[in-house]
Design a protein around this ligand. Structure first.
Ligand code: PAF
Length: 267
């Protein structure tokens, strides 16, 4: 496995690569969810590229960025074992040589759901993903469906900008109690972890979005939103308080009849 810090050097390498390239962009703190994306790429492409870059521009809260977990050594060992060929480890000055003067804005769906309480989040995500896709020029790029809104916006962005890449959504990987795997789960206290284990079940069992909100609040979670969109009931909650507060997202399939916010067909 090759590790590249300098994106100029990487661009020269990329020019010499042949065959189908699969790409898994991450912010590190790899877990089984990320490894499932890597395995899907390794199985379906000739070369797999992984990026590990904690993208400051998608954090609307600097405290959230400061406590984002970092486990680089373990990440590199896991990536190697999973069959990654190239790891990109750029820094801010390389990704944002423009000082973030250029930004990729979507002004509709990105303002809903997570965009409501995380202003600017999806502008940061779309901008960095566009830059990473331009650097890697993959045939396929892999994203987890836990971040359903992110996946939808990235797929739509690539379609909108005629980008020659297939955006592949991979199923959510869950702990045995149903909690969706997330780098943020490491930040949960024991009590928070126990509570978070009921998030998925309450989202799935509720008769309506409002019912889900009530059940999540009654269980002791702060609810940012519960909304059905694209035939998925999406939710965001905060578990714990003060500097122990952790924001979690998840989504579950629901009947078409409940879809309150149909997306345009971007497939
Ligand atoms: O899902 C993530 O980890 C990040 O949002 C991504 C896609 C790597 C962009 O920073």
């Amino acid at each position: 496995m090759n590790i590249v810090h300098c994106m100029g050097e990487w661009q020269a390498v990329r020019g010499s690569l042949s065959g189908r390239v699969g790409f898994v962009p991450t912010m590190g703190a790899l877990h089984e969810g990320h490894l499932s994306l890597i395995r899907a790429s390794v199985d379906n492409n000739d070369v797999t590229v992984l990026s590990i870059y904690v993208n400051a521009t998608q954090f609307n809260d600097s405290a959230d960025l400061a406590k984002y977990p970092s486990t680089l050594e373990a990440d590199l060992a896991a990536a190697k074992a999973a069959g990654v060929d190239w790891v990109l480890l750029p820094d801010y000055s390389q990704i944002y040589a423009d000082g973030y003067r250029y930004q990729l804005n979507e002004d509709s769906f990105s303002r809903q759901l997570c965009g409501t309480d995380r202003p600017g989040h999806f502008t940061g995500v779309l901008t960095v993903v566009m830059k990473l896709l331009n650097l890697v020029r993959p045939n396929r790029a892999y994203f987890g469906l836990k971040d359903f809104q992110q996946f939808t916006l990235i797929k739509d962005m690539c379609h909108t900008f005629f980008m020659p890449v297939e955006i592949v959504g991979c199923e959510i990987v869950r702990e045995t109690d149903g909690l969706a795997m997330s780098s943020r789960n490491r930040l949960l206290t024991d009590k928070g972890r126990q509570l978070a284990g009921s998030f998925n079940r309450l989202l799935a069992d509720a008769a309506s979005d409002e019912h889900a909100r009530q059940m999540l609040e009654a269980a002791g979670m702060q609810v940012a939103y519960v909304e059905t969109v694209g035939m998925r009931r999406c939710g965001a909650v905060v578990v714990g308080e003060g500097d122990k507060a952790v924001r979690l997202i998840d989504n579950v399939p629901v009947d078409a009849a409940e879809d309150s916010l149909p997306l345009r067909d971007i497939a």
